[in-house]
Design a protein around this ligand. Sequence first.
Ligand code: PEP
Ligand code: MN
Length: 339
Amino acid sequence: MIAILKKNAAPEAEEHLIAWIHKKGLQTHVSHGENETIIGLVGDTTKIDPFLLESMDIVERVQRVSEPFKKANRKFHPADTVVDCGHGVLLGGGHFQVIAGPCSVEGENLIRIARRVKAAGATMLRGGAYKPRTSPYAFQGMGEHGLDLLREAADELDMPIVTEIMDPRDVQLFLDKKIEVMQIGARNAQNFPLLKEVGRTKTPILLKRGLSGTVDELLMAAEYIMSEGNDNVILCERGIRTYETRTRNTFDLNAIPVVHYLSHLPIIADPSHATGYTRYVEPMALAATAAGADGLEIEVHDDPSHAWSDGAQALTPDQFDETMERIRDIRSVVTPEAE
Ligand code: PEP
Ligand code: MN
């Protein structure tokens, strides 16, 4: 349920209303927009009489929100959310960012790759230090040392880091290392204890869509994070599992406009995991950009055939240079006023 306030509602009257809602045992999510103030009610709304609420002086009208996601719902927050990722990098609401780097942090090649992706125009550095691998015998990531290598490279280049967290027990470590963006991978998209734990921080979260997750499940996963108080959520379409075997996953381009319609949260696309093959990464990166994605996450490796994970879908730095050129071309067509 949302209450849309009258234009001239006094701040004290608004506070009074919020306190009244809290007393009823519900939470509120307030959105002060340019044109209107919306108070979103979260919890057991059967405790509130909508007619009583609507009869209050400062309330313009009351609307039911039937979707199960509330804080992530555009009805609660009509304006696009812009996530501040640190180092002056904003994402969402017209701020388009490219996150690039290797699948896994492997060692001293990280800084070489990082320098190249930054020179090409990437604004955020990715690399996994904790890797979710299908086989327990495959390389599992460098762990804490990998985070240190990311920190060094990102500090040299003044870029925010995006790196995956798999275990709620690692949250404090990620905070200590000042990781700017914690990624929740596709395999953990419904790991509710992990979602709640990162929700208790204020660190931006890059939340990937589950392997077979619906858009609603993605938004409900975001709701888990937001329900704990962290509104800094960036969604990511990275392909879903279908009967198709010619690509690693099936890239659901629809998800980009669908999420923009349903939610105020930014959504980026990951054409690397969505396709699984280097040759398809650029076309799908361009398609996602044209469809209005708020950014891209792309895997880049300087020696893909020797990469410790996901070499088959990595772009070389030279290929990434070209892809970035073309992304800029598409951006200039889709949003000619963009920077
Ligand atoms: C990754 O970004 O390296 C990764 C493992 O992605 P996903 O969770 O989308 O498979
Ligand atoms: Mn990968």
